[in-house]
Write a protein that binds this ligand. Structure first.
Ligand code: TYD
Length: 208
């Protein structure tokens, strides 16, 4: 999946801004680009996203996992694979690594070895060529989450404990160590322009 790039990281790490800037940059170079995100960016996903993130719901960890995977199955078929088949770049805000980190590592639902076949079933052999991990110090991430507390942007995940967010941070760090070829670390504790410069350097290497 040569043109498939996923953007990963803790809540509040600045991925969305960086995806928009990266898409603009690639388009300026003459590439066609689809930007997309999980959960929710497909016809059924909008409903699934509401079920997953609205603080009024309390899914069990197993229900939560299966809803994220249901969203991904639809997303891959409806959005990601058609764009890749059309030779577009696909910049995707969160993908399977988020499930591994949030549902398996942070919720401690199950070992990845147990659920690997299910994760692969949902993503249907759609493997990112590269994954950018936006590494933000835990304290900064917690501060950004606290700032949106009570706002309409607050999601059910934002209300999780400090220990949960710490586990999310450690989960991404572990994945980064396990997949040094695929996952590139971006220092997200910098200005928007500096972060974008790191992103462009990483993506540049894929353009040839
Ligand atoms: P969102 O508002 O899209 O935030 P962000 O901009 O940080 O991506 O919320 C998505 C939330 O869902 C986020 O807290 C991470 C979580 N998530 C999972 O727990 N598992 C998953 O598989 C995915 C894709 C997201």
């Amino acid at each position: 999946m040569q043109r498939f790039i996923t953007f990963e990281g803790a809540d509040g790490c600045g991925k969305s801004t960086q995806i928009a800037l990266t898409a603009d940059w690639l388009r300026g170079l003459g590439h066609r680009v689809t930007t997309t995100h999980e959960p929710g960016d497909n016809s059924i996903g909008k409903e699934i996203r509401r079920l997953l993130l609205d603080p009024k719901h309390a899914p069990t960890p197993t229900c939560e996992l299966l809803l994220f995977l249901a969203d991904r199955a639809q997303h891959v078929t409806e959005i990601i694979r058609p764009a890749l088949a059309d030779s577009q770049w696909v910049l995707c805000d969160r993908f399977t690594d988020s499930t591994v980190v949030y549902q398996l590592a942070a919720r401690k639902l199950a070992a990845i070895s147990t659920l690997q076949p299910l994760l692969e079933f949902a993503q249907q052999a759609t493997i990112p060529a590269s994954t950018l991990w936006f590494d933000l110090p835990l304290e900064t991430a917690l501060q950004r989450i606290a700032e949106r507390n009570g706002s309409s942007n607050e999601s059910r995940m934002d209300r999780e404990s400090r220990a949960f967010h710490q586990a999310v941070h450690q989960g991404f760090a572990t994945l980064y160590r396990q997949h040094p070829q695929r996952i590139q670390r971006i220092d997200a504790h910098a200005t928007i322009a500096q972060v974008q410069q790191q992103v462009q350097q990483t993506v540049q290497a894929m353009l040839h």
